[in-house]
Design a protein. Structure first.
Length: 555
């Protein structure tokens, strides 16, 4: 029978607790982004013209250069080391499988502070070289400039390559042995099998990893500000805080949003029509290429250098400073910074897990596409840099604060400062930015639970809420804890959003470390930086265990 136009229409949205809640969450997450776009059209007193004639081109050039350099560096290191530890055997390869993830625990701005402290003219390295060779002036020798574009690229590459590494390694572990063995029987060497077979099959995962890296590059403020690299993020801070122009900052943010949109579209296009399926459910151990001689030595150093420079080096320096200057750090109100960080991060993690679980369950219960669209909207915050979110968060929270004051005034109740000047905007900003982590983890965990269990619970008289509480939540407890840890650690490290939204006289470990290190007081802030690094090791361990078990058929 012919299909009528009525049947081709999208199904109507059925309003209930779950669908209404999902739509409200999507609107709340999208509000800061729409606010930025709206503020971009406000009167900026010709500041946009001034930016266009002076620094806009420089911001664009520096941002693209930084993204290109870090993207190439993380692609080479992440993909190369992932292939080596997955397919080759050499001294230390088993240790490097998890050790290569350790730099992920180090914020880029922390490594920038340590590298500058040790490699600048008055640092340990150059002082040692001058003592060894008798140099007395800077003109006597050449040493690369640390606080420069090249220094920023190296620092960011060392701490961001694990994004590419973990996705590339997971892709290599999931590949079929048969395909690799066939390539060898056709005369391909190990290198030929990698470049012609394994690398193309892993391309979608690698592209996702590089895209995540580029988004982190755009979001970074501490490193580029300390190294005096004028990117769009640094420009947003400058226009807002120094030029006192929210509209100008919103216009710069809109340009940066366009860059993020291009990245997302590029990533989607790179994966389009590129799907690879296994033709057999039989899995065996991947072939291991035993490396000997100079090949084993080169492979060892290729894996050891990123770990040494990205984790061991900064952790050692910070540990030394923390033990030597812990009294100065404690006297600088260190414990209040720890409490502030824990309060903000724990609150955001709890809210993100609860809301993410609610959203994922609403998608599971929905029959039409509307709730799925709302869930996608609620996940876009992770792709938006913290500086942009900060611009967008202030307006809705300020408007709500004014509304509460007006309502309280009409009823004779003194209500004011509920939002602005409190930690509420920071928690809101954290929630918008990192909700995608909690939602993605909850959705993946729910996807592993067969719908038959929902049907069985409903036949026994349980409504959707009771089914979630009694059936799904106990099964998802481990995944929800993982999501909470990931959100918690990301909130502990978040810097640009925290700097802008924090109340007066309110510091976290991230802002404390940034302020002290920027004032050349890295020794006093070392304990705070080490605390952030220590917190970041927890998800690294979880990721390492997850990757090790990711190969199908492997327990």
């Amino acid at each position: 029978m012919p299909v009528s136009s009525e049947s081709r229409r999208l199904p109507r949205l059925r309003f209930n607790l779950w669908s209404a809640g999902a739509l409200i969450i999507a609107l709340a997450v999208a509000a800061p982004i729409f606010t930025v776009l709206g503020l971009a059209f406000t009167d900026t007193s010709d500041i946009w013209t001034h930016l266009y004639k002076t620094v806009l081109g420089l911001y664009l050039e520096r941002t693209i250069t930084l993204m290109f350099g870090v993207g190439i560096g993380t692609l080479v290191i992440g993909t190369g080391t992932a292939w080596l530890v997955t397919m080759c055997r050499f001294p230390g390869s088993r240790i490097f499988e998890w050790a290569l993830l350790l730099p992920l625990a180090v914020p880029a701005y922390v490594l920038a502070f340590v590298v500058t402290d040790q490699l600048e003219y008055a640092g340990t390295v150059q002082s040692t070289l001058r003592d060894m060779f008798g140099w007395t002036r800077p003109q006597d020798y050449w040493f690369p400039e640390i606080r420069s574009m090249g220094g920023a690229i190296v620092v960011m590459t060392l701490v961001l390559y694990p994004y590419v590494y973990l996705l590339a390694r997971s892709a290599f572990l999931e590949q079929s042995v048969c395909v690799l063995e066939v390539s060898r029987t056709l005369g391909k060497t190990a290198w030929g099998s990698f470049t012609r077979i394994a690398l193309p099959l892993a391309r979608p995962a690698i592209v996702v990893g590089v895209t995540l890296v580029l988004m982190e590059v755009i979001n970074d403020f501490g490193t580029v500000d300390y190294f005096a690299v004028q990117t769009f993020t640094a420009g947003i801070f400058d226009v807002w805080l120094n030029m006192n122009s929210v509209g100008g900052a919103a216009q710069l943010s809109s340009v940066l949003l366009l860059v993020v949109l291009v990245l997302i579209v590029t990533e989607r296009m790179a994966r389009r029509d590129r799907k690879f399926h296994h033709t057999s459910n039989k899995y065996s151990e991947l072939p291991s290429y035993r490396l000997r001689g100079y090949k084993a030595t080169l492979s060892f150093f290729a894996c050891a250098l990123p770990v040494l420079l990205g984790f061991i080096f900064p952790a050692s320096v910070l540990s030394h400073y923390a033990l030597s200057f812990y009294e100065e750090t404690l006297s600088a109100d260190y414990f209040s910074y720890v409490i502030n960080s824990l309060t903000l991060s724990a609150s955001a993690a709890l809210l993100a897990v609860v809301i993410g679980l609610f959203l994922a369950y609403a998608v599971r219960l929905s029959e039409g596409p509307w709730i799925k669209i709302a869930a996608r909207i609620a996940s876009i915050g992770y792709a938006v840099p913290g500086a942009i979110l900060a611009v967008g968060v202030l307006w809705p929270t300020g408007a709500l604060d004014q509304s509460l004051s007006w309502i309280g005034g009409n009823f004779g109740i003194a209500v004011g400062g509920v939002m602005i000047g409190t930690i509420v905007p920071i928690v809101y900003g954290y929630l918008v930015r990192f909700l995608a982590l909690a939602y993605g983890t909850s959705e993946a965990s729910l996807g592993k639970i067969t719908p038959n269990m929902d049907g069985a619970a409903r036949t026994l008289g349980s409504n959707p809420s009771q089914t979630l509480k009694r059936v799904h939540f106990p099964l998802m407890r481990g995944s929800l804890m993982t999501a909470a840890i990931l959100v918690f650690v990301d909130c502990m490290k978040e810097l640009p959003l925290t700097i802008i939204l924090r109340p007066f006289n309110f510091d976290t470990l991230a802002t404390f470390v940034y302020q002290y290190a920027s004032d050349e007081l890295l020794e006093e802030s070392a304990l705070g930086a080490l605390t952030i690094v220590g917190a970041g090791i927890i998800p690294v361990i979880l990721l390492s265990v997850t990757i090790a078990k990711s190969r199908p058929g492997k327990l």
